[in-house]
Ligand binder design. Sequence first.
Ligand SMILES: [Zn+2]
Length: 273
Amino acid sequence: MKKKHSEGIFSLAIIVLISLSLAFVAPRKKPLLYKIRTVVIDPGHGGQDPGTIHPTKKIQEKDIVLPVALELGATIKKYLPEVNVIYTRTTDTFVELYKRAEIANRSNADVFISLHCNAMDIKKDKKKAEVKGLEVFVMGPHANQENLEVAKRENAVILLEDNYKKNYGGFDPNSPQAHIIMTSIQNNYLENSLHLATLIDKQFSERLHRPTRGIKQAGFVVLRRVACTSILVELGYVTNDEEVEYMTDSWNQTLMASAIYRAFRDFKNEVEK
Ligand SMILES: [Zn+2]
């Protein structure tokens, strides 16, 4: 009897210890309403990683997203001076995906905006060069092969990193299974992330009159460990001639940055109500 009693206390102690450790490990679910003090802007790729490249014009994704990111940050600083703006890169440098998430978490970011450009495999199918339009992704299970391909392409950059197996817990960017079982703390922020994504889509379609392809979900390594509202914006298709010309024009880069700024501002006003 005495033995049973002590076993009971022992199991209870284990349960309490596990619950306590979970309370420390599990990220606190942020309420829908909160104050936005810090935004981290993440221009994708850089340095040795060009991102996607137009096959003949040789225009590179990394060179489109950087000026848009800098313009976005400058606009936020100008009109919302109370918001702290942090970049994951401000020059043409290589930053590992896990470090981008670390920058966000270390600076207690309230919003994380990752900027990219998409591409189609036009070598296989020339007709795919016609595909164009903005897409805003939030972290989650991909609903179709196309979304998976976007995540795989964006995640493949980790193969350029040293020690990627160690830094990403054995994650293999070439394996579709790895993308399915990818767990993420992003679930806690899904509602807010979807809302911000919708506001950006609306700004591009209604204010800029640009084609948009909707809000999507897929498993992005860069978003996986970020503990705040997070989105990944694919500004348009580098493989579409019209769109790549649009995205490389500096005035249009200002327009795209302004559209994302207005969405961010509206989101901030709504969650701080
Ligand atoms: Zn990219």
